[in-house]
Design a binder for this molecule. Structure first.
Ligand SMILES: OC[C@H]1O[C@](O)(CO)[C@@H](O)[C@@H]1O
Length: 534
């Protein structure tokens, strides 16, 4: 997942610089920020399916669950606003915190934001693990949410600034990979702690302290990024940091460019007003739609509530947690597939293939539940196995498409002047729709019953059609040439203004890459106040 400014600068210039110890440390940081986010996603479902936890905070739900086992339909046994608020409060807090984080990150630097995230996480973990009542539990989740807001804003930005250019794209997906590892880790922890009575859930919530401490301590050890120092006027310190992280004194060219980029960025007074201009409509529509659709695949119904969902389908307690571990593992492995194939097959191929791969299992699950859940209570053993297999098929389709690409594509399409605003909008849209799903899924399950899977399947059809007609391929397209992608598109060309002289020359230069043209290309960028890597 990306907060600040992960960017895949394929057309960017490669400066000298090794993969130094600092860069390695920053990857560990990415791991802790992503792990923390994933852990929070994965932990709530297992905990809310534990009777000890329900008995302490949601006795009404526990009573309903026991009644459901004996008599009523099980679709509604977890339908409770408080239980949903326990899960969703984190995302709404994260959404609000993103705005504060954006200010702190710009004004005071990336380090203070990461430290703030770590501190919020640690306070949240203490509140949650020690919770004596619902208020402490929710306050803890809100603190964790603030941590997510700060971490998701600052960590990816930090990484994209500290890593040598050629690693930036990879780090984008690495963050999502760590989210999936965090989810799997949480599922494994829940599987172990459900046997510890009556405080296993405290251990589940408390173990989030590990990635939280890593982030807090890491942010104290690491240096501020050169970009941030330059942006805030500390040019000499910025250069010194650049030498240190690149492991060479030969950084003048990169430094000059950073100064230039920072000058241009400062000239853009109203990026948010700029981004709503008609000419940026394609990027805006695509970035927001990818977030809406990513969440309306129904993935988080599974990631948040898998154990609860499996129990609803008649699985026993540990079988449901065990199944959540399986889906978590499929999620991680398929994200690795995405990393290996996204630049080979392209974004569209993965998204379109996944459309089928997510649609079919959802429809099959709905059919199995409609015909197999007798009296709404118990699924036969073979049907239960098929349901788990179908959920794995669905999760793997998501994990090599909408999961990572929901972040990668927005990071590739916004032009420099609105890239940071574009990323903020992307992150906020994601958190908002994650909140919507978290707050409504259990109620939707109660009302729609097996139809919930048809509801998400319907969205999968819509999003696949959307991709087919409206999302152009961005594989291998340098950011400075992205404008031609819109110009050639049957619909988006209506929004992107007709070529002016600068664009014509840029287009010629881009189409005929030879040394002379490259020089011409760079000269034009210079005349127009654009940095070389634009
Ligand atoms: O791996 C699944 C996870 O990935 C995300 O979509 C973030 O990109 C989360 O909302 C979800 O929980």
């Amino acid at each position: 997942m990306a907060g600040g400014a992960f960017s895949v600068e394929k057309g960017g210039k490669e400066f000298r610089g090794k993969f130094t110890g600092y860069v390695l440390l920053s990857c560990i940081l990415a791991a802790s920020g992503g792990l923390m986010f994933g852990y929070d996603v994965g932990i709530s479902g297992g905990v809310t399916s534990m009777d000890d936890f329900l008995g302490k905070f949601f006795p009404v739900v526990l009573a309903k669950k026991r009644r459901a086992t004996a008599t009523e339909s099980s679709y509604c046994k977890y339908d409770n606003q408080g239980l949903q608020a326990f899960t969703s409060s984190l995302y709404i807090a994260g959404l609000v915190a993103t705005f504060a984080a954006s200010f702190v990150t710009r004004r005071f630097g990336r380090k203070p934001s990461m430290l703030t995230a770590g501190v919020f996480f640690l306070v949240g973990v203490v509140f949650n693990a020690a919770a004596m009542n619902l208020a402490m539990l929710i306050i803890g989740r809100i603190m964790l949410g603030c941590g997510v807001g700060f971490a998701n804003q600052a960590v990816p930005l930090y990484l994209s600034e500290i890593a040598p250019t050629r690693f930036r794209g990879g780090l984008n997906i690495l963050f999502q990979l760590n989210v999936t590892i965090g989810i799997l880790f949480a599922n494994l922890v829940n599987y172990g702690t459900q046997r510890i009575h009556p405080w296993g859930w405290r251990l589940s919530l408390g173990l989030a302290g590990i990635p939280a401490s890593l982030l807090a301590v890491g942010s104290l050890l690491l240096c501020e990024t050169a970009n941030s120092l330059i942006e805030r006027g500390h040019l000499e310190r910025g250069k010194a940091v650049l030498k240190k992280i690149r492991g060479t004194d030969d950084v003048d060219e990169e430094f000059e460019e950073m100064v230039e980029v920072s000058r241009i960025a400062k000239e853009i007074k109203h990026p948010f007003r700029n981004i709503i201009k008609r000419e940026h409509r394609p990027q805006l529509v695509i970035a927001i739609s990818l977030q809406v659709f990513q969440q309306f695949t129904g993935i988080n119904a599974i990631m948040f509530y898998a154990p609860v969902l499996f129990q609803t389908l008649g699985f026993k307690n540990d079988a449901s947690l065990y199944s959540a571990v399986i889906t978590g593992a499929v999620n991680v492995l398929s994200t690795v597939v995405s990393i290996l194939s996204v630049d080979k097959f392209g974004r569209r191929a993965l998204l379109l293939e996944a459309g089928f791969q997510m649609f079919i299992p959802q429809v099959l699950i709905a059919i199995l539940l409609a015909t197999g859940l007798h009296g709404g209570k118990q699924l036969s053993h073979p049907s239960a196995i098929i349901v788990v297999l179908m959920i794995c098929l669905f999760v793997s389709g998501f994990a090599w498409s909408w999961g990572p690409l929901g972040w990668l594509i927005p990071s590739e399409i916004f032009p420099l002047e609105i890239r940071s605003a574009g990323q903020s909008i992307t992150v906020c849209s994601n958190l908002f729709f994650t909140f919507v799903i978290a707050q409504s899924f259990l109620s939707m399950l109660c009302h729609f019953k097996y139809g919930i899977f048809l509801f998400f399947a319907g969205f999968v059809v819509i999003m696949t059609i959307f991709v087919y007609f409206l999302v152009p391929e961005t594989k291998g397209i340098p950011i400075e040439e992205m404008v031609f992608v819109w110009r050639k598109h049957w619909l988006w060309k209506r929004f992107v203004p007709a070529s002016d002289a600068k664009d014509v020359i840029l287009e010629v230069a881009a189409k005929h890459p030879d040394p002379d043209k490259d020089q011409q290309f760079n000269g034009i960028k210079h005349q127009n106040g654009l940095p070389q890597s634009y």
